[in-house]
Design a protein. Structure first.
Length: 147
């Protein structure tokens, strides 16, 4: 009888430990998502230089590849996954209009070239969109400005 009670207590403790582990991991992932959201939301309506823009592109590329393991399509663009993928678009001045370019294309053509050309250019985050499922930041659009 005593052995059965000890066995039940041990099984209960194992189940409790496993459940606690999953709850802690879930809470940590939520906290991390909120931290990433706050970082990206802090860029909204804020002017930044091209060097800062380059850092943001590098950071987002790292997050998508290393942290979230987002796959790319045949064109080298991250595939949106409806939960945590992050995309950055930049509207560059082109003649009398703007041309929208994805961060992946800028990254692949070389961040050194981007920094050399746009290091002192000014960019402003004009739009933020969120994933419907998770409310995590989905995409940011920056526009090159005159300032």
């Amino acid at each position: 009888m005593k052995n059965k009670i000890i066995l039940i207590v041990i099984i209960f403790m194992i189940i409790l430990a496993v459940a606690g582990y999953y709850v802690i991991n879930y809470r940590n992932s939520i906290i991390e998502s909120q931290k990433i959201n706050k970082q990206y939301e802090s860029y909204y309506n804020v002017q930044m230089l091209g060097t800062e823009m380059a850092s943001l592109i590098n950071k987002t590329m790292d997050i998508n590849t290393k942290e979230f393991d987002i796959p790319k399509d045949e064109n080298g663009l991250f595939i949106e996954n409806d939960t945590n993928s992050i995309k950055i678009y930049i509207n560059f001045k082109y003649k009398d209009d703007y041309r929208k370019i994805e961060m992946e294309k800028i990254f692949e053509s070389g961040m050194e070239n981007f920094i050399k050309t746009y290091s002192t250019a000014s960019f402003k985050c004009t739009e933020i969109n969120y994933h419907e499922k998770t409310n995590n930041v989905k995409e940011l659009t920056f526009t090159e400005t005159e300032d």
